[in-house]
Design a protein around this ligand. Structure first.
Ligand code: NAG
Ligand code: NAG
Ligand code: NAG
Ligand code: NAG
Ligand code: NAG
Ligand code: NAG
Length: 482
């Protein structure tokens, strides 16, 4: 019985074997390095403008545009860095370094000296005519840079302490207030400027003028980036930034990355960049008088708007914290630095770039072995069943029908006796051709066969088929075959 049950189980579970076998084989995809695609990204290891001559006294037009792009970028959004060239959907680069421009912002509010209220008419010339007779404060830094204003007059004044036009190349170390002489940022500095501002614009409830000041320093640095393209989307991570200076040379300054690789900046070629930045970042901003102020410049309007109109529609910095006003300066100068870095990197692009690998998706066959356990159990049960049958057959001593070709032929062969009863002329016919019955002569043998019943009986020479004929009187006679 148990043999029969196990056979039934094997049979029933075999229905499940097809879906389970399919579940055992999966075709997942993975990323493989693809040979022919290109993955490059611009990087630069030097800043040099061999085309600059005494007759060609203008900053590279692409650098000007990059600075302006950073200046007018919405202050809440970081300017995108250099974009990679990736002909596939997936590209990866090893961490790589590039010469870059960085911006440092330092708070120097404690260096400010605030005067008693001054009658604006007494200092006059520079101020808007509308401020005549208005009381202002003079907030000044040790280097002489000052803001004449207050929350309801002039809110910001920015300028540099050095005259850009007389500069030779790098920023003189002494011009910095907050960055110390030993700071490597100052040694590689391009330009600096100072921003003196009120921490808010006036509204009826907050009239107190509180002055703040920051120093902004643009300097060369070596940025280390980690870039990847995944499903077409670029991800750029600034890993770290180095300002370590190598040995100073006559004509160039060498910066070193953390991995000791060297980046050079041609001293003389910094001059035009330095002059441009210094002259750009100057001007005043007034929330109330707007563009009517005599010293309002495009750059000071952009910076003032970023600082004091941070919240859409709020009108004043009401609702903005003092921290937001300071962060806006950092955000704007960071975007200018990113723009400049992009132009330096793309200028070097035809010769210097970081090469990455492109990846393409490829599918492979994966076999989940646990899912095959079911099949293994099924096979084991089948083997068990076969062994069981063999053992049982041996135990019961079941005789085996032998035949040269087919055991069936031997089984179905008629005995000589049965053949004799069917009639001599019909020897060998076992089953009449039913489909052609109507056309075939209705012989005695066919008639007899139609009424015959066949059964198997175990004789001394093995299993034999034997016929029992219905003789027409309802009584069957049987003939055993010897
Ligand atoms: C790469 O390009 C070469 C020649 O252009 C071609 O023979 C090869 O099949 C390409 N390989 C792949 C992976 O596309
Ligand atoms: C500064 O930039 C960051 C994004 O880099 C942004 O989340 C933040 O809001 C900006 N802050 C201001 C005051 O614009
Ligand atoms: C400022 O001076 C002008 C004339 O020079 C005078 O008319 C005005 O009242 C003064 N304002 C204040 C606040 O003292
Ligand atoms: C802004 O600074 C410049 C240069 O330092 C100065 O000439 C000008 O009077 C200042 N303007 C105001 C409104 O403080
Ligand atoms: C800067 O990044 C590089 C690359 O990941 C790393 O080797 C180096 O140690 C980092 N340096 C610092 C100071 O984080
Ligand atoms: C400006 O500073 C004053 C004094 O510290 C403070 O009361 C005020 O809240 C500040 N304004 C903003 C917008 O933070």
């Amino acid at each position: 019985r148990s043999l029969g049950i196990s056979a039934a189980i094997v049979l029933i579970t075999s229905f499940a074997s097809s879906p389970l076998t399919q579940a055992a084989i999966t075709y997942p995809t993975r990323l493989g390095v693809s040979g022919n695609d290109t993955a490059t990204i611009a990087r630069s290891d030097s800043y040099a403008h061999p085309e600059y001559t005494l007759l060609n006294e203008e900053l590279d037009i692409r650098e000007k545009q990059a600075i302006q792009q950073g200046l007018y970028q919405p202050v809440g959004e970081e300017l995108l860095g250099s974009q990679p060239f990736c002909t596939s959907n997936e590209c990866q680069w090893q961490v790589f370094g590039s010469l870059a421009v960085c911006a440092g912002v330092a708070d120097i509010s404690d260096k400010l000296t605030i005067s008693d209220p001054i009658n604006a008419s007494d200092v006059g010339a520079n101020l808007n005519s509308a401020t005549n007779g208005v009381s202002v404060h003079r907030a000044s830094l040790p280097n002489g840079i000052f803001l004449l204003g207050g929350t309801d007059t002039f809110n910001m004044n920015m300028s540099s302490a050095v005259d850009g036009a007389t500069r030779s190349n790098f920023l003189p170390v002494a011009t910095s207030i907050s960055f110390s002489r030993d700071d490597t940022r100052v040694s590689g500095a391009i330009a600096n400027f100072f921003v003196i501002y009120t921490n808010q614009t006036s509204d009826l409830s907050r009239q107190d003028a509180v002055f703040r000041a920051v120093e902004v320093l643009f300097h060369f640095c070596v940025n280390t980036y980690s870039v990847s393209v995944s499903q077409g989307a670029v991800e750029t991570i600034l890993v770290n930034s180095s300002t370590v200076l190598g040995p100073s040379e006559q004509t160039s300054v060498v910066l070193r990355a953390f991995d000791e690789s060297a980046y050079t900046v041609k001293r003389d070629d910094v001059r035009l960049l330095s002059t441009y930045l210094t002259s750009l970042f100057s001007g005043v901003y007034s929330y109330w008088y707007g563009k009517t102020g005599t010293e309002v410049t495009a750059a000071s309007d952009a910076l003032g708007t970023a600082m004091f109109r941070g919240k859409d529609g709020s009108g004043t910095s009401l609702g903005d914290s003092e921290e937001d006003v300071r962060v806006a300066i950092g955000n704007l100068t960071r975007n200018v630095a990113i723009g400049l870095t992009n132009s330096i990197r793309s200028a070097a692009a035809p010769t210097a770039f970081a090469t990455g690998v492109t990846l393409s998706t490829e599918s492979f066959v994966h076999i989940r072995w646990p899912w095959l356990a079911f099949l293994a159990v099924q096979v084991a049960m089948t083997i068990g069943f076969v062994v069981g049958v063999i053992v049982q057959t041996a135990v019961w001593k079941v005789a085996i029908v032998k035949g040269s070709g087919s055991a069936m032929a031997t089984l179905l062969a008629l005995s000589p006796g049965d053949r004799a009863r069917l009639g001599q002329d019909e020897v060998g016919v076992v089953v009449p051709d039913r489909s052609a019955r109507g056309n075939v002569e209705d012989t005695t043998a066919t008639r007899k066969l139609h009424s015959a019943k066949a059964r198997f009986r175990l004789g001394d020479r093995g299993w034999r088929m034997e016929l029992a004929f219905d003789e027409g009187d309802g009584v069957s006679t049987e003939r055993a075959v010897g």
